[in-house]
Design a protein around this ligand. Structure first.
Ligand code: NOJ
Length: 528
């Protein structure tokens, strides 16, 4: 697929390294494990692998608390294992994207150890230190994303430090130019080792209000929601100056050939698109999480796609994400039948799709017994239903005791039914969700209209969402039934007389449709 760069026409696949493949029998996935499974990814047909953090870390937040940006945690292997992974990825024509976590470090990072050692330490200003209010209370009302105050008092130096996440994750001060340079050196360290880009953790958090004003209360908040939502995050994130920082990161990447900058951003569409930056100087792909957040119905989805398409800046390339390690799995959210419709949606919309490991085998709901809870958020705010462990369970490769993931009990329980729901069994089942993913990816890769073509909504009603994708004379229509009822759809030009290219049930291929097509319950069709 020439003419377009890989991150536009390619498919990104996220791996949570702890849970993909254990190679040394400790119950935790690792880099050699990932390397050993690359042929599976080639066969699946994806283009780029994004791996969640693999750096040295005390693992308070499972690697999002980094204590050394330029190393590999022994749990995951060594730098030599990493270099081998890069080489093997590239040998197969794939790309490797690293997770870059610049908003905060671990409290064990040598920078923070220095910073907290005294008020006059040269690294003091690399973090965010503020005096208590006169009554000794925290400098403002900001709340941690994992609950409780976002400020931690340091007895020794008499100041509070700010942490948007755990208290073991102090926020870095991105207003400090030295810190910025140190972080750009980190980017260069990995770029020089051959990585093809970064997914930047909570990129919209990097700059905070210069005056640290209180966040206003959120009138819509309800105590069953996480505490972070009790305040509107107007001063603690999404500040105008963040775009200057992102443009600087982008310039570092632009010093290398063909690298991609992806930003993790949870904001409404109109704010999100600002992260393409002025004249597209920002993230190539500001992650678009709307398919994760939307109510799963045809009208809501049709509306959000139209609004997103309309909001994109000139030349800004769209992207879609269906799941990640922080969100309930798609099959848990919408059920096994609609998960197939969701797969078709993700892989036919205009824009780079990001898949999450295990969704292609339909991993759904997993109950985590209380004594096996790992997620620090669940430990901080138990019982609210925000435990992220269920979406982090091990990949299911075969029907063996530990699903081919490990030879011992894994760090998180396997999903129920893994004996039947695994790569080996589903590969052999012609109608499986795994084979649907393979067929969708093959079709997308082989069809310019799907990979890079234009998007045009088709007027549909009720539970059906339809759209056209076209490139030159190539034209495809997609009709998705978001309900469990059969629905007849009337077709007008140019869709009437088309043939079925793919059904989510993997049958009907080549069936010619007239001026009507009958969508079965939970069926998606691609016509062409
Ligand atoms: C977003 C990451 O995806 C999540 O897993 C992590 O807990 C927070 N950022 C803090 O780094």
């Amino acid at each position: 697929m020439p003419a377009e760069t890989w991150w536009k026409n390619g498919i990104v696949y996220q791996i949570y390294p702890r849970s993909f493949q254990d190679s040394n029998g400790d119950g935790v996935g690792d880099l050699p494990g990932i390397t050993s499974r690359l042929d599976y990814l080639v066969d699946l047909g994806i283009d780029a692998v994004w791996i969640s953090p693999i750096y040295p870390s005390p693992m308070a937040d499972f690697g999002y608390d980094v204590s050394d940006y330029c190393g590999v945690h022994p749990l995951f292997g060594t730098l030599a294992d990493f270099d081998r992974l890069v080489a093997e990825v590239h040998r197969r024509g794939l790309k490797l994207i690293l997770d870059f976590v610049p908003n905060h470090t671990s409290d064990q990072h040598p920078w923070f150890v220095e910073s907290r050692s005294s008020r006059s330490n040269p690294k003091r200003d690399w973090y965010i230190w503020r005096d208590p209010r006169p009554d000794g209370s925290p400098p403002n009302n900001w709340v941690s994303n994992f609950g409780g105050s976002a400020w931690e008092f340091d007895e020794a130096t008499g100041q509070y430090y700010y942490h948007a996440f755990l208290r073991q994750q102090p926020d870095l001060n991105w207003r400090n130019p030295e810190l910025r340079e140190a972080m750009y050196d980190v980017l260069r360290f990995w770029l020089d080792r051959g990585v093809d880009g970064f997914r930047v953790d909570v990129i919209w958090h990097l700059i905070k209000d210069a005056e640290f004003r209180d966040n206003p209360p959120n009138p819509a908040w309800h105590p069953e929601r996480p505490e972070i939502e009790s305040l509107l995050q107007v001063h603690s994130s999404d500040q105008e100056e963040v775009h200057e920082v992102i443009a600087e990161m982008r310039r570092v990447l632009d010093g290398y050939r063909d690298r991609v900058l992806i930003g993790e951003i949870y904001l409404p569409t109109e704010r999100l698109v600002a992260y393409y930056g002025k004249d597209l100087s920002g993230a190539h792909l500001p992650f678009n999480f709307q398919l994760i957040q939307t109510a799963w119905n045809a009208r809501a989805i049709a509306k959000l796609v139209d609004e997103y398409e309309a909001a994109l800046p000139q030349g800004g390339w769209p992207n879609w994400v269906l799941g990640n390690h922080d969100q309930p799995r798609i099959a848990a959210r919408v059920g096994a039948e609609q998960a197939r419709v969701a797969a078709m949606l993700l892989l036919t919309l205009r824009g780079t799709p990001t898949m999450y490991y295990g969704d292609e085998i339909g991993i759904g709901r997993v109950e985590i017994p209380p004594d096996r809870v790992q997620d620090p958020w669940e430990k901080n705010e138990p019982g609210l239903g925000f435990n992220r462990d269920p979406e982090r369970t091990p990949m299911q490769w075969d029907a063996s005791r530990f699903a081919g993931f490990s030879t011992v009990e894994p760090w998180l329980p396997l999903a129920p039914g893994h004996e039947r729901q695994n790569v080996a069994v589903l590969s052999a089942d012609p109608g499986s969700i795994l084979n649907l993913y393979r067929a969708l990816i093959r079709l997308r890769r082989g069809t310019r209209a799907l990979a890079i073509g234009d998007y045009q909504p088709i007027r549909t009603e009720g539970h059906v969402f339809g759209f056209l994708r076209s490139h030159g004379s190539e034209r495809l229509a997609v009709f998705l039934n978001l309900s469990g009822e059969p629905i007849p759809v009337k077709l007008v030009s140019p869709c009437d007389g088309m043939r079925v290219k793919l059904s989510t049930f993997l049958d009907r291929v080549d069936e010619r449709v007239g001026s009507n097509v009958a969508l079965r319950p939970n069926e998606g069709l691609i016509l062409g």
